[in-house]
Design a protein around this ligand. Structure first.
Ligand SMILES: C[S@@+](CC[C@H](N)C(=O)[O-])C[C@H]1O[C@@H](n2cnc3c(N)ncnc32)[C@H](O)[C@@H]1O
Length: 195
């Protein structure tokens, strides 16, 4: 998939917007349910695209590193950052190797597209602060589909636990129907050990 080609029209997609809004609400619920807050959090939005999740996190977070390999996606996000005056949001082509650790790393509809999902998650978890949260949303794999795509709950759990995360949960994040297409993605959540 060439994500650069998708960048210009990405935010016009009703499904993309509905997915991002529902994912953000599921994030609020998950974070709140764990007794945490997005207020003042240091966040990495990995695979941020045009920033549909970043723009919801930005009014709350202390800092957001918005990481994406697509130059064109980041260009759309840069224009939003400029319009909004968010000097605490940093668009990046790569996750910084060092710097302050993150309280939260989110991957919204990214992991199923990665060449090395477990390796990427292991690297990201290194950048989490002790007790920090990793949250991903992905299409649930339907093996009976004509073109199976996505991740199984078992694969998500194995990946997060394999990366050393604790208290892993994998569940249906939300159900939203747009233009007769019903989206029921998985949400995987894990916490980096404190000890
Ligand atoms: C389906 S889009 C989701 C974009 C955004 N998270 C959203 O929900 O609107 C997947 C994004 O992952 C990015 N991506 C794919 N592989 C990546 C990688 N290895 N590192 C960072 N971003 C990546 C793509 O460039 C694309 O913007």
């Amino acid at each position: 998939m060439d994500w650069d080609d998708a960048a210009e029209a990405w935010d016009e997609g009703r499904a993309q917007r509905a997915y991002a809004a529902a994912a953000f609400e599921s994030l609020r619920r998950a974070v709140g349910g764990l007794g945490r807050s997005l207020e003042g959090a240091r966040v990495c939005d990995f695979g941020c695209g045009t920033g549909l999740m970043t723009e919801r996190l930005a009014p709350l977070a202390a800092h957001v590193d918005a990481v994406d390999t697509s130059r064109a996606m980041l260009e759309v996000l840069r224009a939003k950052i400029e319009r909004s005056g968010w000097d605490h949001v940093a668009p990046r082509a790569q996750t910084p190797r060092d710097g302050e650790a993150y309280d939260l790393i989110v991957c919204s509809s990214v992991c199923a597209f990665l060449d090395d999902y477990p390796g990427t998650v292991r690297d990201l978890v290194q950048r989490l602060a002790p007790g920090g949260l990793f949250v991903q949303w992905d299409w649930a794999l339907d093996p009976d589909s004509d073109e199976p795509f996505g991740l199984t709950p078992g694969a998500v759990r194995a990946c997060l636990e394999g990366a050393g995360l604790q208290d892993v949960s994998v569940e249906t994040a939300f159900e939203v129907t747009v233009d007769e297409q019903t989206m029921r993605p998985l949400m995987g959540v894990g916490r980096k050990p404190t000890g």
